[in-house]
Design a protein around this ligand. Structure first.
Ligand code: SAH
Length: 229
């Protein structure tokens, strides 16, 4: 009997609190994203679609739709919803695009991209995070996402060139291999700067082999780390 009660309370604690996540998501999109000027239809639709609470650890689920980044373990965070939407909109994606993301983390941004484009490649340097996100994305049937574990500095030569590249951790300089793997007319969005200092979100466009760089806004991202430099 005791065991049964213990088991019941365990199941109760582990199950979802009675929250209407769809409603929270709708509120997130209207109040945090549309209200701040995001109007790209496919982006808005993707933000309405992807169940953000499934991408954050159980104990943080109640904060999943709040206007802020949420911890995902290993000292990392999933960006604030507005930042995800804003970076996605900036890439001005088409259905047929192939996109590379550096810094899979929770897999949330990859899922948002995968709702919009044909194929998403994503790279995560923390093995445990990469493995966890790979399992989740598979469970959620995101068959158009290829996740690899490794140092995203090198990009993904085998699948290059890309229509768009999105970097969700901040390096001090733009990694040269990523520039090389961008298609002509392709776009890259990347936060640049060291930790502790204000970083700058930059939008790069490749035009006839040349880079046109636009500084967008001050941001704060987790550091871009390196393995076997
Ligand atoms: N886009 C993620 C954000 C995660 S935070 C999301 O939607 O959840 C940034 C991630 O970048 C972290 O998981 C961190 O481990 C990863 N990262 C940092 N440096 C990296 C590198 N050189 N290559 C690949 N991933 C890196």
């Amino acid at each position: 009997m005791m065991l049964f009660m213990l088991l019941c309370s365990y199941v109760f604690i582990q199950s979802d609190p009675p929250q209407d996540y769809k409603q929270l998501r709708e509120k997130m999109v209207t109040e945090q994203i549309e209200a701040r000027g995001i109007s790209h239809n496919a982006t808005l639709q993707a933000m309405r679609q992807v169940e953000r609470h499934l991408f954050v650890p159980f104990q943080y689920r109640r904060y999943a739709y709040d206007d802020r980044p949420v911890p995902i373990g290993f000292g990392q965070t999933v960006s604030q919803p507005y930042m995800v939407a804003s970076m996605t909109q900036m890439l001005d994606l088409n259905k047929s695009d192939r996109v590379l993301e550096i810094g899979t983390g929770s897999g949330y941004q990859a899922a948002v991209l995968a709702e919009i484009v044909e194929h998403v490649y994503t790279i995560e340097i923390v093995k445990e995070l990469g493995e966890r996100s790979k399992r989740l994305l598979k469970q959620l049937n995101y068959n158009n996402i290829d996740l690899s574990i490794g140092d995203g500095y090198h990009g993904l030569t085998a699948a290059a060139p890309f229509d768009a590249i999105i970097v969700t951790a901040a390096p001090e300089k733009i990694p040269a291999p990523l520039i090389a793997q961008l298609k002509d007319e392709g776009k890259m969005i990347i936060p640049i700067g060291s930790t502790g200092e204000t970083q700058t979100l930059k939008l790069l466009k490749k035009k006839k082999g040349k880079l046109v760089v636009q500084n967008l806004m001050p941001v704060r991202f987790v550091p871009f780390t390196r393995k076997n430099k």
